[in-house]
Ligand binder design. Structure first.
Ligand SMILES: NC(=O)c1ccc[n+]([C@@H]2O[C@H](COP(=O)([O-])OP(=O)(O)OC[C@H]3O[C@@H](n4cnc5c(N)ncnc54)[C@H](O)[C@@H]3O)[C@@H](O)[C@H]2O)c1
Length: 339
């Protein structure tokens, strides 16, 4: 297919605008032609910047537009299922941000609809398009460090939790908010599914919230085993203040691979008092700037060349299942074995 792929953004918030700016002029084979957001004030603001041909406050109207080939869904998660199923029925290809949905059943509805109506579905795990994380995967495949034995992944987020995040029944805490990317990375690196997950957590940084939210935790350790025997470990935390931190380690039988670092500019200033100063990474938006573009290109390529997507509905569903089983482990204070 040689034509430009016309894209509509559904949900013009914080993450939506990252996609909007990438699709609007940064991709060779796609262009953003439409935006949709029920918040009229926000839509007007976004329109000032993007100058789109079409604007909608209701996604169902956008789906009727025959000029739109694909949609990018970046709404609050509880809306993903309905929008994706309706878009599949309308014959639009779909990129959907993670988390895929609220439940496994909703994920199944989305996967089934995309299969039935023969449209592409790609999930938003952008680490898979980050050059450093991709090199990690290549090293595994080339067996440069031998057979993989143990995989470690770490994500720490800097921001103070919003009030709703203290309620674990709503937010899931760091396992859901911060570490779903690590869960996806380790599944991808291990090339297998998880057979056991064990999560422990504790609230260290917000003790004043402990009475009202006794289940809240800001720090967690996740231990996993994969069906092929590989061991996985995740270190997660939010409200760490020092910056955004995402790294991984692959321990093989003959060596180790270290992916990612914290110095955002690759510059270190070493002074006469024998200290080293460097800039820490302020945010995921900066760390994954390039990865978001590569992710969008991969989605458009899958449409143009009619191939499978690199991050599938199954990947989205498995990340959701691992978060769910991880939270069960945390609540019940025991390892959970997964069929
Ligand atoms: N890949 C990542 O690491 C990453 C990072 C941030 C957010 N996300 C995900 O992206 C999604 C959006 O998160 P966010 O932080 O941008 O939220 P946000 O609240 O900033 O933006 C959501 C936008 O969706 C709009 N919206 C609400 N209902 C809508 C509807 N029916 N139709 C169209 N638009 C609607 C809202 O008005 C708002 O502008 C969530 O699923 C979130 O988990 C993923």
């Amino acid at each position: 297919m040689n034509k430009m792929i016309n894209v509509c953004l559904i949900g013009c918030g914080r993450a939506g605008m990252i996609h909007a700016r990438n699709y609007n002029g940064n991709l060779r084979h796609a262009r953003l032609i439409a935006i949709c957001d029920p918040d009229e004030g926000n839509l007007a603001e976004v329109q000032k910047e993007l100058q789109m041909e079409y604007q909608y406050t209701d996604y169902r109207e956008a789906l009727k537009n025959a000029n739109i080939d694909a949609i990018v869904v970046v709404t609050p998660t509880h809306l993903h299922r309905d929008i994706v199923v309706a878009a599949a029925k309308a014959g639009k290809h779909i990129f959907c941000e993670k988390p895929m949905a609220g439940t496994e059943e909703e994920c199944n509805d989305m996967i089934d609809a995309c299969r039935e109506y023969n449209v592409k579905l790609q999930l938003g795990f952008m680490r898979r398009f980050d050059e450093n994380f991709k090199t990690g995967k290549e090293v595994i495949e080339n067996k440069t460090v031998g057979e993989v034995t143990l995989l470690k992944s770490l994500t720490h987020g800097p921001s103070e939790p919003k009030e709703w995040m203290f309620d674990i029944s709503k937010s899931g805490g760091p396992v859901a908010e911060v570490n779903s990317h690590d869960l996806d990375t380790l599944r991808w690196y291990a090339g297998a599914e998880v057979s056991m997950i064990h999560v422990i957590g504790h609230n260290f940084r917000s003790p004043e919230k402990a009475a009202e939210y006794p289940d809240y935790y800001d720090t967690c350790a996740v231990m996993m085993q994969f069906t092929n025997g590989i061991i996985g470990m995740i270190d997660g935390a939010q409200y760490v203040r020092y910056g955004y931190d995402a790294r991984a380690e692959i321990l093989g039988t003959h060596g180790i691979v270290k992916v990612g670092r914290q110095n955002s500019n690759n510059v270190e200033v070493v002074t006469q008092d024998k200290t080293i100063q460097a800039q820490s990474m302020p945010s995921w938006t900066k760390l994954y700037q390039e990865a978001y573009v590569r992710e969008a290109e991969a989605f458009i390529d899958a449409i143009r060349h009619d191939t499978g997507t690199q991050v599938t509905g199954h990947d989205g569903k498995m990340a959701l299942i691992l978060v769910r089983e991880g939270l069960k482990s945390l609540r019940e204070k025991r390892p959970v074995f997964i069929e």
